[in-house]
Design a protein around this ligand. Structure first.
Ligand code: B1M
Length: 207
């Protein structure tokens, strides 16, 4: 196998965005873009697993995700041409009244790393906005983040708004004060405690 694949994966894992981008550009001259995509996705999967295991922390994940994104910029036009775009879409946002977005951004990065199309609605997002974005993007999954005990109840209102609207997306919830028990109580389709588990959960939900 071309040793540049391992160099690319290592550059992503170490967050070396310029070298990752340069190696990807070189690989694109002779290699299949799907193999290049798989190399960076598997590097991000390693990062997710090490983050989950507590071996690395938020800054390392952020720099790895930045390196991954810089490769995706080069790769995306080629992938679109060859029909290798993501098959599944996740709409994500922090619920109404809540401005915390660091954890939500990490979840979005892990999802992109797992080859999902991610529509990030940002923070302070109303139920109506979640429903219309899910409808407009034909989303498979809607991921809600809340960091405040006072904003957790809006997750329940969002689940209700979806059930009333008839939009069929699965709804998953997360954030420091949220638990599996709370997710069950409001009728969400899933809960995950961290960004790597959120990507695993989404993969299971669309499998
Ligand atoms: Co705020 N804040 N904050 N804050 N803040 C907390 C959450 C708090 C616990 C601090 C404390 O008192 N000890 C407390 C909440 C108490 C409670 O409700 N029980 C609190 C408070 C009270 C407030 C204000 C009300 C303070 C005030 O103004 N009086 C205010 C509220 C503003 C608002 O939102 N309306 C406020 C404001 C802020 C800042 C703006 C200053 C800033 C946010 C900046 C930003 O996000 N851009 C901030 C911060 C930074 C924090 C702490 C210190 C750190 C949060 C964080 O980013 N953690 C936090 C205390 C703490 O947690 N130690 C605190 C790192 C991040 C990677 O973890 O977000 O948990 P986390 O995400 C994890 C998982 O939870 C999970 O995956 C992520 C990665 O593994 N996850 C998901 C998250 N979302 C998910 C969605 C999913 C799945 C998994 O979808 C399925």
């Amino acid at each position: 196998m071309n040793p540049d694949f391992e160099n690319l994966a290592e550059s992503v894992r170490k967050g070396r965005k310029d070298s990752a981008r340069e190696i990807a550009g070189k690989l694109l001259e002779s290699e299949n873009p799907a193999d290049i995509l798989n190399a960076i996705l598997s590097a991000m999967a390693d990062i997710g697993a090490r983050f989950k295991a507590g071996e690395i922390f938020v800054p390392e994940v952020l720099v790895a995700a930045r390196a991954m994104n810089s490769v995706l910029e080069v790769l995306e036009p080629v992938l679109v041409k060859s029909g290798l775009q993501p098959k599944h879409c996740v709409v994500i946002g922090t619920v109404f009244g809540d401005l915390h977005d660091i954890g939500k951004n990490l979840v979005a990065m892990m999802l992109r790393g797992a080859n999902f199309k991610v529509v990030d609605l940002g923070v302070n997002v109303s139920a109506d906005k979640f429903v219309s974005a899910a409808r407009d993007n034909n989303a498979d999954i809607v991921a809600l983040s809340a960091l405040l005990t006072t904003t957790m109840p809006s997750m329940g209102s969002i689940v209700e708004a979806f059930r009333k609207s008839g939009v069929q997306a699965k709804i998953i919830v997360g954030g420091a004060p949220v638990s599996q028990e709370f997710a069950d109580k409001i009728g969400a389709d899933g809960y995950s405690k961290d960004a790597a588990s959120a990507a695993d959960l989404c993969k299971r939900l669309v499998a």
